[in-house]
Design a protein around this ligand. Structure first.
Ligand code: NAD
Length: 352
């Protein structure tokens, strides 16, 4: 079950680009400029999704977008808006299902100089991405009574556990913690745990532990250093990801990879941030770091590392940060500084 990576084409890699809604176009613009400045040749295949696509194409996921991702096998995506309590179903969820992007990988670590609750956090959130309460199966039983169906399967639980352990093994991580509520949801979370336990037996060199989700949230806030790789179902993974982002300084810092066996979509953990959209003040670090993850995924690890190092260098200075991190730089100024740092640092220095 190896993830297939796209091959470079003549003239560079072709990557599907979804600017998204709200702050999406601003942070994606910053990220594409930085990725281009890394020296890797990329041809962006710009596509519409979500609200813009509904207005122009009559559907949130146009056929052209599906064809583009199938053919390019890798995409960089801005956040997409989902209406609360009404309207079309989440395009994010639909994209993950369409391409069977079953693993959501979210690294969370402190960046030196950025004010945060802890100084030495380095953990990985592995979130199952295709089922759970995100199955979207909801109905009204009678007026005033509704049901949402939580779907957990052995197949999806086993493959996400395998992904978490393999990732831990490949990146020399020491521990996987499965987070659950099997004391209450004995069948669904019980099945998830049974699958994780079976997989854990095949990786004896990696410590396996389990924690009930409410306790895990408290432990994360009190003593996050005890965690290494977190393995979660879809809903807990969504919530705990934002909690972890809060531990290191906020949503402006955390990237995400949605990985399947054929395709991958890279994005920030954050949403469309409508409260700050269109003002050129959004923090672009998260989506720039998603761009760095994308480069590593396609085999351009040295370029990805250089971007990460440039982000860390720029974030260290107050003048290199947006307002959410206590600075006053604009989105585009942060990108300019990262690009200047890339230009000033020799390529070989960051290669690994
Ligand atoms: P949000 O992540 O958009 O915003 C939460 C808070 O964090 C806001 O105060 C916002 O200003 C701040 N924030 C987020 N990103 C930031 C950045 N880069 N720089 C500075 N501040 C930032 O979450 P929300 O308000 O709950 O959701 C808004 C919309 O985004 C909803 O429609 C939701 O469905 C959607 N959403 C999409 C994705 C995705 O596309 N993957 C993820 C989460 C939420």
């Amino acid at each position: 079950m190896r993830l297939k990576k796209p091959m470079p084409r003549k003239g560079g890699y072709r990557v599907t680009l979804l600017p998204g809604d709200g702050i999406g176009p601003e942070v994606i613009e910053a990220a594409t400029r930085v990725v281009e400045a890394s020296g890797v040749s990329i041809e962006w295949d710009r596509q519409r999704a979500g609200r813009e696509a509904i207005e122009r194409d009559g559907t949130p996921i146009p056929e052209a977008l599906v064809r583009s991702i199938r053919s390019n096998r890798v995409a960089l995506k801005g956040p997409l808006q989902t209406n609360i309590g009404h309207g079309f179903r989440s395009v994010n969820v639909a994209l993950r299902k369409t391409f069977d992007l079953y693993a959501n990988l979210r690294p969370v670590h402190t960046i030196a100089g950025v004010k945060s609750l802890f100084s030495n956090i380095d953990l990985i959130v592995v979130r199952e991405n295709t089922e759970d309460l995100y199955s979207g199966i909801e109905h009204q039983v009678s007026p005033g009574v509704v049901e949402s169906v939580k779907v957990i399967t052995a197949r999806a639980s086993t493959r996400i556990a395998e992904f978490a352990f393999r990732h831990a093994e490949e990146h020399r991580r020491r521990k996987v913690t499965a987070i659950h509520k099997a004391n209450i949801m004995k069948l669904s979370d019980g099945l998830f745990l049974a699958c994780a336990r079976r997989v854990a037996k095949r990786f004896p060199e990696i410590t396996y532990e389990e924690m009930i989700v409410d306790n895990a949230c408290m432990q994360l806030v009190l003593k996050p250093q005890q965690f290494d790789v977190l393995l979660l179902e879809n809903l807990y993974g969504d919530i705990v990801s934002d909690l972890c982002a809060g531990l290191v300084g906020g949503l402006g810092l955390t990237p995400a990879a949605n990985l399947g066996n054929r395709c991958a979509i890279f994005e920030a953990v954050h949403g469309t941030a409508p409260d700050i959209a269109g003002k050129n003040v959004a923090n672009p670090f998260a989506v720039i770091l998603a761009g760095a993850m994308l480069l590593s995924h396609i085999g351009e690890k040295a370029a990805g590392n250089r971007i990460e190092q440039a982000v860390q260098a720029v974030a260290r200075k107050r003048s290199g940060r947006t307002a959410d991190l206590g600075g006053s730089a604009s989105t585009s100024e942060v990108a300019d500084q990262i690009i200047a740092h890339l230009a000033a640092s020799p390529r070989a220095a960051a290669a690994s």
